[in-house]
Design a protein around this ligand. Structure first.
Ligand code: HEM
Length: 378
């Protein structure tokens, strides 16, 4: 067994270097700091994510389920399909494009227009974050809920999940926050004009609330990171930025390449249901297996010069940022629409924008810049 000794702090701050070093030991390596295997190659990552019978999410160690209840994120097999399919049907890419593209473009445009007269902004908190909340909440019909209230619930629920992960009891504040969110979602589901109301016959009210919560919160932190990462990559690569400014049809490719280089959800977690050989190692039944999407997306066997940001990379779209297999992201169309719209609005309304401070990207599971300070002339 290859055992790697990097600690969590190093994994956080020097994520890609740690993963690249681990890759020297093989395509799947035991990392003591997380108490599990890390899958590093793209081929093995795909194989694990497609084989939910052997590598399941349905395990008592998956703490999110303890807070929000069973949902598509924490189930596999026929139960997973029962929870997921009604949402997947409501968010088919072609329907999302026709229903949400204009709303999202307008949202991004008005957020950037509001920032424009100030001459400077912190693009993660001032643009990527508010856009992510408005898109996710608006898609469920939660528009009436102020963004700061939603984010307050989100923070308390995440803190609750963290406490449970540390082996502590679920805090009362996390429980209250989830109850408030559940009440708001039930109200929306009861209105006849909302997407959630079309799902009430497909599952119980409790299941609907759990899945809607997963949808909402699955969309906020990740999309904030995705937009902030894309802006970071473009603004810190002047040649690539000039290329995209010269041909705006490359925005789509620029966003895909950013998803490859820094997938906002850097890893997905699975648990082995049986003993299995994989990539030359023996995995025991019950072992924790983390699929590093960040590492798979920089697999040198698949992507040439993988650390380089190149908007013309021919196979950028074969990244795994939205996972694969039965749990493939349901919100990828919404996410792509908002990041492309944010980049489009920034390029259009802030033609001489530049970064004003060094950017540090952190996170072990969710990766994004700590801050993205930028300025432009007014
Ligand atoms: C509006 C935006 C988004 C929404 C509503 C959303 C929603 C969801 C939902 C509901 C799932 C669970 C699917 C299942 O378990 O069957 C999921 C999975 C996933 N999403 Fe998203 N998502 C969004 C944006 C993003 C972004 C921006 C990323 C990364 C760049 C991302 C990465 C993932 C990944 C990697 C999974 C698989 C999780 C796993 O296999 O354990 N999502 N998403």
């Amino acid at each position: 067994m290859h055992v790697e000794g990097a600690d969590l702090a190093t994994l956080d701050l020097q994520h890609h270097k740690v993963l690249a070093d681990m890759r020297n030991s093989g395509p799947i390596v035991w990392l003591e700091a997380i108490g599990g295997w890390v899958v590093l190659s793209r081929d093995l990552a795909v194989a694990v994510m497609r084989d939910a019978e052997t590598f399941t999410v349905d395990d008592p160690r998956f703490t999110t389920a303890m807070v929000v209840g069973p949902s598509m994120l924490s189930l596999d097999g026929s139960e997973h399909r029962r929870h997921r399919e009604p949402f997947a049907a409501a968010f088919r890419p072609s329907d999302v494009m026709s229903r949400d593209a204009d709303r999202i473009a307008n949202l991004a445009h008005s957020l950037v227009s509001e920032l424009q007269p100030h001459g400077r902004a912190e693009l993660r908190r001032d643009l990527a974050g508010p856009l992510a909340v408005a898109v996710a909440a608006g898609s469920l019909g939660l528009d009436e809920q102020p963004a700061d209230v939603l984010l307050g619930w989100y923070d308390l629920i995440v803190a609750g999940v963290d406490a449970v992960s540390r082996g502590e009891a679920l805090t009362a504040t996390a429980r209250e926050a989830f109850d408030s969110l559940a009440a708001a979602l039930r109200k929306v589901a009861g209105r006849s004009d909302t997407m959630l109301s079309t799902l009430v016959d497909a599952m119980s009210e409790t299941e609907l609330v759990s899945n809607a919560a997963v949808f909402l919160f699955g969309g906020i932190e990740t999309s904030e990171g995705m937009t902030a990462n894309a802006l970071h990559h473009l603004l810190s690569n002047p040649e690539q930025l000039a290329t995209v400014r010269g041909d705006r049809s490359l925005i789509e490719a620029a966003v895909e390449e950013s998803l490859r280089l820094e997938p906002a959800a850097a890893r997905v977690d699975r648990y082995a249901t049986r003993a299995v050989e994989l990539g030359g190692v023996s995995i025991a039944a019950g072992d924790f297996v983390a699929v590093s999407l960040a590492a798979a997306n920089r697999d040198p066997q698949h992507f040439a010069d993988p650390g380089r940001y190149d908007v013309r990379r021919p196979n950028a779209r074969t990244h795994l940022a939205f996972a694969q297999g039965p749990h493939v992201c349901i919100g990828s169309t919404l996410a792509r629409l908002q990041t492309r719209a944010a980049v489009e609005a920034v390029l259009q309304l802030l033609p001489d924008i530049y970064l004003t401070a060094a950017v540090e990207t952190t996170g072990i599971v969710f990766r994004k810049p700590v801050a993205l300070a930028a300025a432009w002339s007014v």
